[in-house]
Design a protein around this ligand. Structure first.
Ligand code: EPU
Length: 418
């Protein structure tokens, strides 16, 4: 069992480099099996979810070899099974992309129901609605989703809620569907665009990704390609917030600054100096930080995946800040842990009211999910004394070498294995 141990109140200064996007990687690995050829995926983050998915597609017959820590070669020419079992994928939410990918290529897929971070009900009705609209028959038996179709035919699909997962899954299944598939009310997140770009590089014909109407013109064949994944918007935001909470001065490199607009605007409102370059953002937080209100939204709004980290920042700012969570119904579970560090927060349903304090103090806390873990790290960086964070496995699911990157910025953080 590992713990992260932080001795707080060290100003972060210097440069940090951002890894490839987790939520793009976990869709691009399943997408690669549609190619029936060799794909080289570059800039993969070195995180648990990637390793688990690589193992899962190996089990169904893909050849999968890491050329180096961040590059995976996937040869999907000899896939012999359309069944992704519970053991291979129980830990990750994104296992559902194997459903769309296998259904698209083989017209048949059996995938165990997804796992992943537990912060409330995480339905997949929109995925199922979309795949059924394309002509698939779907049943859920003993926790396994079974999908099959004689053929898939393009159609218009209007999503009832904006869902990243459903948008990507329908794109994956529709690549070979006859005619045109139109997804309306589609998610616009950067990783949705990244998956569309990847599929287009394989020979798919997808237009409109990044807007709320995506059109997929069915093709008959794909081919292999070499593709580099976009930088992780949420990892970048986590380091920007870490710089702010320590009154630091940090340049966050290898990012797409446009993806950070909603956070950059909030940090400026809080009194930080935020400067953008072509592929970096510098955050200088030398002035006293003042609290702001934040409402999570789908892209280009403020991302729910930065909500816990922002709550940590507001805990150490001056004044009262209000966070409204509109995407997930139960994403404030970590707040009881932040309170152990002295945060003054009241939660009412989807609203958290945060009274900023200068008195965060180290304690023993437990990560309840991935971004909750990141929020505890951020609070620990600002807290007086020693913070010990357990359940580090959650943090490892989404952050590559977090202690190393923070150490290089001057944090006193280490991993201790009991
Ligand atoms: N929803 C439905 N029905 C569906 C699908 C979603 O009602 O069929 C609802 C959800 O309950 C939620 C909202 O729609 O209220 C948005 O869910 P979405 O489908 O967009 O989420 P997801 O695809 O399951 C991805 C990320 C999450 C991120 C959300 C929102 C991956 C693997 N996960 O999840 O990332 O919070 O989009 O941006 O891409 C994380 O990285 O920590 C993380 C949780």
């Amino acid at each position: 069992m590992s713990q992260i141990v932080i001795h707080g109140q060290k100003k972060l200064v210097g440069d940090v480099s951002i890894s490839g996007a987790k939520n793009a990687a976990v869709a691009i690995i399943p997408a690669a099996i549609i190619a029936n050829d060799i794909c080289v995926i570059e800039n993969l983050p070195l995180i648990e979810d990637v390793t688990i998915l690589a193992e899962a597609i190996k089990k169904i017959g893909a050849k999968c070899e890491f050329k180096d820590q961040h590059t995976l070669i996937i040869d999907s020419r000899n896939i012999h099974s359309c069944y992704a079992d519970y053991d291979s994928i129980k830990k990750i939410r994104a296992s559902y992309y194997l459903l769309g990918a296998m259904l698209g290529r083989f017209k048949k897929a059996e995938v165990a129901m997804p796992g992943g971070c537990n912060f409330g009900i995480r339905p997949i009705d929109q995925h199922i609605k979309g795949l059924e609209a394309l002509g698939a028959k779907i049943s859920i038996e003993h926790g396994i989703i079974k999908a099959s179709a004689a053929k898939l035919i393009g159609t218009n699909i209007f999503l009832d809620v904006v869902s990243v997962g459903a948008t990507i899954n329908i794109m994956l299944a529709a690549v070979f569907a006859q005619g045109v598939t139109v997804i309306e009310n589609a998610a616009k997140e950067p990783h949705v665009v990244d998956i569309a770009n990847f599929l287009n590089m394989l020979g798919a014909k997808i237009k409109g990704a990044g807007t709320d109407v995506i059109r997929i013109f069915g093709v008959e064949k794909l081919h292999g390609a070499q593709y580099s994944i976009i930088p992780d918007q949420i990892e970048a935001g986590t380091y920007m917030i870490a710089a702010a909470i320590t009154n630091g001065n940090v340049a966050v490199h290898n990012i797409i600054p446009k993806h950070m607009d909603s956070l950059s605007a909030k940090l400026r409102e809080m009194n930080c100096k935020v400067e953008e370059g072509d592929d970096f953002i510098k955050v200088n937080a030398s002035k006293k930080l003042k609290s702001v209100n934040v409402k999570t939204m789908t892209y280009p709004g403020f991302p729910t995946d930065l909500q816990p980290q922002m709550t940590a920042l507001l805990s150490a700012s001056s004044g009262v800040g209000i966070i409204t969570e509109t995407v997930w119904e139960n994403r404030f579970q970590y707040i009881s842990e932040l309170k152990r560090l002295g945060a003054n927060i009241n939660v009412d349903n989807r609203i958290a009211i945060i009274n900023g304090t200068q008195n965060l103090t180290g304690s023993q806390v437990c990560a309840t999910d991935l971004r909750a873990g990141a929020a505890l790290v951020i609070a620990g960086l600002a807290a007086k004394g020693k913070t010990q964070i357990s359940n580090v496995k959650y943090i490892d699911r989404g952050y590559e070498q977090i202690e190393k990157k923070l150490n290089l910025l001057g944090a006193d953080i280490k991993r201790v294995t009991e």
